[in-house]
Design a protein around this ligand. Structure first.
Ligand SMILES: *Cc1c(COP(=O)(O)O)cnc(C)c1O
Length: 422
């Protein structure tokens, strides 16, 4: 079977031929390829073509694909049973590790995806505060959660319009969207809705509209406003958790959210999410408290074994230093190329996450990111793919480095980038 015959068949049985829409190449044109095997920093498709991969299964593959320690851990766990629905020791180990690594987490519950984690944070924030309104930021993605699939209104205080069919306007109206990196609009919203805001959810480093960083003081303002007005601060670190540092972005900034959502890296490639925070808040969850939350496969032994093996390996090999030096090398070389070819494009990076916007800097929010030349991105993407470099098929995603990327991988990649941009 070729990729194109598989995609034709997939479309007969699966809506759009994919199990998650970001895989469908709608932003770049063309058809997705089908993968048979992935190892380290490389992928092989059904047509026999090899790629250097910077998609990293959208984040989880921080050690590269199929790292031996993770595969071994899954095989060992599998031999002892696939799922119990009864507590198992690995869940306790995982919970302890999360509480030790992530500064603000005192208690944690494990779920099966990032979406479940953010959804549960929102419910818990509402249950804990007895309030209904949620503030989110334009361009921040928090999974396919009804309340969070809301795009920007035109004014700071307009209530959100649903971003997806099937989300009732009444529900979307409880979500207020604001531009990222705008402390004044934030302050205005807090005053306008004083006493009604249950929580503010954000990616502390937004990485689902490309990549931009919080300006100095923005997160501090947010923390101060949440505390003063009794709203919970929710960091969605599904992408940044265990990726930019052991303890996520909160470790780097020292700012403590009340709740944190985790996912991606934490599962070692298996479906895992988690959310945690102050014990006083987490204790509101069932069975101790009135906020319901549950999952048949939550804390699954294979998933816990995979995640624990990956997290321990990250620590053992001092992965974050290695990823930072890979990232720095990529950044230096891309900037040099941009300079040489005379293009003033914004290259943004934190640790092992990066994005090349096809527009001039600065990019500080979604409106800035939207200035990007999407035709130029499309052509760049397809040129890279033809040359065996796999990037996310959209300008509004990030690239991921993993510890398995080699200097040879980077050199090959930079050669391709230089040729396309020249
Ligand atoms: C990927 C992602 C999610 C959703 O996680 P899923 O596992 O895809 O449900 C939520 N928040 C952020 C920041 C993400 O990057």
């Amino acid at each position: 079977m070729t990729s194109s015959s598989l995609f034709a068949e997939a479309k007969r049985y699966i809506p759009g031929g994919v199990n998650s829409p970001v895989r469908a190449f709608r932003n770049v044109g063309g058809e997705p390829f089908f993968v048979t095997r992935a190892k380290g920093s490389h992928l092989w498709d059904v047509d026999g073509k090899e790629y250097v991969d910077y998609l990293g299964t959208w984040g989880p593959a921080i050690l590269g694909h199929a790292p031996e320690v993770v595969v071994d851990a899954v095989q060992q766990a599998a031999a002892n049973g696939l799922s119990f629905g009864i507590p198992n020791p690995l869940e306790v180990e995982m919970a302890r590790l999360i509480c030790e690594w992530v500064p603000s987490i005192e208690k944690v519950r494990v779920v099966n995806s990032g979406t479940e984690a953010t959804m549960s944070c929102v419910r818990l924030a509402r249950g804990f505060t007895g309030r209904s309104l949620i503030i989110k930021f334009e361009g921040c993605y928090h999974g396919a959660v009804d309340s969070l699939l809301v795009k920007a209104g035109s004014g700071a205080l307009t209530h959100g319009a649903p971003d997806s069919a099937g989300v009732p306007a009444e529900l979307a109206a409880l979500t207020i969207t604001l531009p990222f990196n705008d402390p004044e609009r934030l302050e205005t919203a807090f005053h306008a809705y004083d006493g009604a805001i249950a929580g503010v959810i954000l990616e502390p480093v937004p990485a689902n509209a490309g990549l931009y960083l919080p300006i100095p003081g923005f997160l501090e303002t947010l923390r101060r406003l949440c505390s003063r007005h009794g709203a919970l601060l929710i960091f969605d670190e599904v992408m940044t958790g265990f990726r930019v540092a052991k303890g996520g972005y909160q470790e780097l900034t020292g700012i403590q959210p009340d709740l944190t959502a985790l996912g991606k890296v934490i599962g070692g490639g298996l479906p895992v999410g988690a959310f945690g925070g102050r014990a006083e808040i987490m204790d509101q969850l069932s069975p101790d408290g009135p906020v319901y939350q549950a999952g048949t496969l939550s804390g699954n032994p294979l998933a816990m074994a995979a995640g624990l093996a990956q997290l321990r390996e990250l620590e053992r090999i001092a992965a974050y230093e290695k990823l930072e030096s890979l990232g720095q090398k990529l950044e230096d070389c891309v900037r040099k190329i941009l300079h040489e070819v005379g293009r003033n494009y914004a290259f943004q990076r934190i640790g092992s996450m990066f994005c090349l916007y096809f527009c001039e800097p600065p990019v500080l929010n979604l409106a800035d990111a939207r200035r990007s030349d999407l035709n130029a991105f499309r052509s760049f993407f397809h040129h890279c793919l033809r040359s065996g470099i796999n990037l996310a098929p959209s300008q509004f995603e990030v690239g991921f480095l993993c510890t398995a990327h080699t200097d040879a991988d980077l050199d090959r990649t930079l050669q391709v980038i230089r040729k396309e941009l020249a």
